[in-house]
Write a protein of this length. Structure first.
Length: 303
């Protein structure tokens, strides 16, 4: 065996050893994040559960008002999911309908954004900084935090839909995933919505929500590393606020509103477009955030 071949084999072996070490560190960081993140964020999860119970209760009380007006309808699971993710109509200066900020859509997303920002940055300012230096792998720490965000976003969405489903079934709603035109009337979307109860199913939209929420939360964390956590949260608020006014398809907030989706309106955002946009934002946030972290003097980073 010549020297070049030996060096090539040795180099490949060294790379494999490094990869295994990185994966081992990543797994240790990730498991620690799952345990510590859950413990430190438990109070916020209880707040989230309360929010996800208030929303279907408020929707149910609104349906009682319709019945009191003589409009009888059998509401479905799809109606309750639609209420949870509907969002609102974009600002239209030519419309006679006044613009309303969709608070019931806005608040749960901001709560999730706060939860997924609070723990990672506090960990970086505390024991995470020491562990990162000791392990010698900043990428392992960063990738573990990104994986943690994905897990927590999925758990958050699961809590929301499980509690909504539980309440809707308790009150005896229909098990269909079709959101009826009556819910559009109730939420004041009847003038724009394009309902065809034989083909429109809210499940065609719901799979987009976790993807785009992950993108929003990872983008927020990457910006927090570049600047400060306050700026990351301000960017999230700004994206959602501008999305409420504008129907621009490049704004992540529009991909989180069922009423802005082609599932319900002809000129809406395609679920495929939303998924691709979310995945691009996730990859960009992971790469940019990780690169910046490796170039930053974390010992001097301020909370």
């Amino acid at each position: 065996m010549d020297v070049a071949s030996f060096n090539s084999i040795a180099g490949a072996f060294t790379i494999k050893i490094k990869e295994r070490c990185i994966m081992s560190r990543f797994f240790k960081f990730f498991m620690l994040d799952i345990r510590e993140g859950w413990r430190r964020s438990l109070a916020w999860w209880l707040v989230a559960a309360g929010v996800f119970l208030i929303l279907p209760v408020a929707f149910y009380l609104s349906t009682l008002n319709l019945r009191a007006e003589g409009i009888a309808a059998q509401f479905t699971l799809g109606d309750y999911y639609f209420n949870l993710t509907a969002g609102g109509l974009a600002y239209d200066p030519t419309s006679s309908t006044p613009f309303t900020l969709p608070i019931s859509w806005f608040a749960p997303i901001l709560l999730l954004a706060y939860i997924t920002l609070w723990y990672p940055y506090h960990d970086l300012m505390g024991s995470g900084k020491t562990m990162m230096i000791a392990s010698g792998s900043r990428w392992s720490w960063w990738l573990a935090k990104c994986a943690w965000i994905i897990v927590y976003v999925c758990i958050y969405c699961l809590i929301g839909f499980v509690l909504t489903t539980f309440f809707a079934l308790i009150i005896g709603c229909d098990h269909s995933f079709i959101a009826t035109d009556t819910s559009a009337l109730l939420l004041r979307f009847d003038s724009v919505i394009n309902f065809d109860v034989t083909s429109y199913d809210i499940m065609s939209f719901l799979y987009v929500v976790p993807v785009v929420l992950c993108a929003l939360c990872m983008l927020q964390l990457a910006i927090s590393l570049l600047f400060r956590p306050l700026w990351g949260y301000v960017v999230t608020i700004s994206i959602l606020f501008v999305s409420a006014f504008s129907g621009n398809h490049f704004l992540l907030g529009n991909s989180l509103m069922a009423i802005r989706s082609t599932v319900y309106v002809a000129d809406g955002v395609s679920p495929l477009w939303s998924t691709c946009l979310g995945l691009i934002a996730i990859v960009a946030s992971v790469v940019i955030g990780g690169y910046f972290l490796t170039k930053t003097d974390i010992l001097e980073k301020e909370a």
